[in-house]
Design a protein around this ligand. Structure first.
Ligand SMILES: Cc1ncc(COP(=O)(O)O)c(C=O)c1O
Ligand SMILES: N[C@@H](CCOP(=O)(O)O)C(=O)O
Length: 464
């Protein structure tokens, strides 16, 4: 398997080099040259596999054995050893035809752990076996940063710097990131929003001299390995539905911001997983809803909502989807991305919009709807939703058709977002791992949204 860029200007690469490249050197995103097909027979056999075995089966289709099988197996085993559920991603039935896929059983209580625990192991492996210096640089609206720090804190040969938007993440997210006292962690709290943080790091990755000089590596979903690791739980969820439900139309409802999680579902579907529709759930930052309804992709005004991890306007992985929508034509993608840069918007043709609507539906839940759903589900089912999952459930209620099965991805544990939960009048108990954060010292540098200042901080941290 070789990997190419959505903009067509990068020589085809192997798996490990693709992960190390992160953002493609031509400014695009790396994708597999061909998507491997999974047959119905294989799917049947995969029903017997544990989460870790399924991970290895799916990775074997992409990784060209570039990592020896025993090493990969050990890395995957260490990645999921810290999960509180042996299943890693349990599927829970709420009502007839309605499931949630719980992705919050990792160390930082959000779905990001599922891929980032593995990526921590991957970078550690590369540092050990290739002697490479690894300087991870990432942007976060709260969950990626916490999970990535947790995945590599204290690991030799690795430094990690994370930019988060100042006072725009939840208290628990802030504590998870900033109470890591390890010397290899730098938290920059940027006076701006997530899109600002993401813009700066993308510019630094696109500066190939800076990237090479400072050994920059990506952990955000611009990195294809994030997407791949997330496809595993789509397969796992489908294979763990009740047998009769596997015969129905199965929709996945995906709380979305950077479009990484839902793109993983799209990839799983293209590999052959029988998915009917992918339902994109956003909050009031609803660029994806507007795109799916009108065909216009235009960042709007940033809003702070009860689901802060999805307070995102510029969805990185949209470019990967655009590549497939444009019939894998890198020239068309480059033209659209240039247009987005220069004119601030793109509009696809009515024929292309029709194809988008065949595969996706999308809904942006309002703040009030989000709280209403949290309260109602707690009362009716005893299940406490986090606000991101609640946006998903809102979209499920809107779109799931008669007799169709809906699997809503529960992307975070409610304890991470008590600011929103408290507004519903519900009092929750924090898990011990979260309560103990409140007595720890925080380590972070508050900086203006000023690229030069951010670069100064990073270079001082790298020590060269
Ligand atoms: C809890 C939570 N839910 C949903 C999302 C959206 O995921 P994605 O950015 O992959 O679309 C994020 C982060 O973006 C998140 O942290
Ligand atoms: N919600 C994310 C935003 C970054 O998304 P990523 O999937 O590209 O890492 C976060 O929690 O940081």
């Amino acid at each position: 398997m070789k990997y190419i860029s959505t903009r067509g200007q990068v020589e085809a690469k192997g798996f490990v080099d693709t992960v190390l490249m992160g953002l493609a050197d031509d400014g695009g995103l790396m994708i597999p040259q061909e998507i491997p097909a999974v047959t119905a027979g294989q799917l049947e056999q995969w029903k017997k596999l544990s989460y870790e075995e399924l991970f290895l089966a799916i990775f074997s289709l992409y990784s060209n054995d570039e990592i020896p099988a025993d090493d990969l197996k050990a890395m995957v085993s260490r990645s999921y050893a810290s999960f509180r559920s042996p299943e890693v991603a349990p599927v829970v039935k709420l009502k007839d035809n309605q499931y949630v896929l719980e992705l919050f059983h990792g160390p930082t209580f959000a779905f990001k752990d599922v891929a980032l625990q593995y990526i921590g192991e991957f970078y550690s492996y590369v540092s050990r076996t290739r002697g490479e210096i690894i300087h991870i640089l990432g942007a976060t609206s709260g969950d990626t940063g916490a999970a990535a720090i947790q995945g590599v804190r204290g690991k030799e040969g690795i430094k990690i710097s994370i930019l988060h938007p100042h006072q725009k993440v939840s208290k628990v997210q802030e504590l998870q990131m900033t109470t890591a006292a390890d010397d290899n962690v730098l938290n920059l709290s940027v006076k701006g929003n997530f899109d600002d943080c993401q813009k700066v790091i993308k510019e630094l990755f696109a500066d190939l001299d800076f990237k090479a000089k400072h050994h920059l590596r990506a952990i955000n979903s611009i990195n294809f390995v994030r997407i791949l690791a997330q496809t595993v739980y789509y397969f796992y969820a489908y294979l763990h539905l009740e047998a009769a439900d596997q015969q129905k139309k199965v929709n996945f409802i995906v709380p979305s911001g950077n479009f990484g999680n839902v793109f993983s579902g799209y990839l799983a579907k293209k590999m052959g997983l029988p998915v009917h529709k992918l339902i994109i759930a956003t909050n009031e930052n609803n660029i994806l809803e507007r795109f799916v309804t009108t065909g216009e992709y235009q960042p709007g005004e940033f809003k702070s909502t009860h689901s802060p991890s999805m307070d995102i306007q510029v969805a990185s992985n949209f470019e990967r989807y655009l590549y497939y929508l444009m019939g894998e034509d890198a020239t068309k993608v480059s033209a659209y991305m240039n247009q987005l840069q220069t004119e601030g918007r793109i509009v696809i043709s009515p024929e292309d919009l029709k194809r988008v609507q065949e595969e996706f539906a999308a809904y942006g839940a309002g703040n009030d709807e989000c709280l209403e759903v949290i309260g109602r589900y707690q009362k009716d089912t005893g299940y406490l939703l986090d606000p991101h999952t609640a946006c998903g459930i809102t979209a499920y209620e809107r779109f799931s058709g008669e007799g169709e099965v809906g699997i809503t991805l529960a992307t975070a544990h409610p304890a991470k977002f008590d600011e929103a939960i408290a507004l519903t009048g519900i009092k929750q108990e924090f898990p011990e791992e979260i309560s103990q954060l409140f007595s720890k010292t925080q380590h972070q540098e508050v900086v203006d949204f000023d690229k030069e200042e951010i670069v100064r901080q990073l270079v001082a941290f790298y020590g060269n």
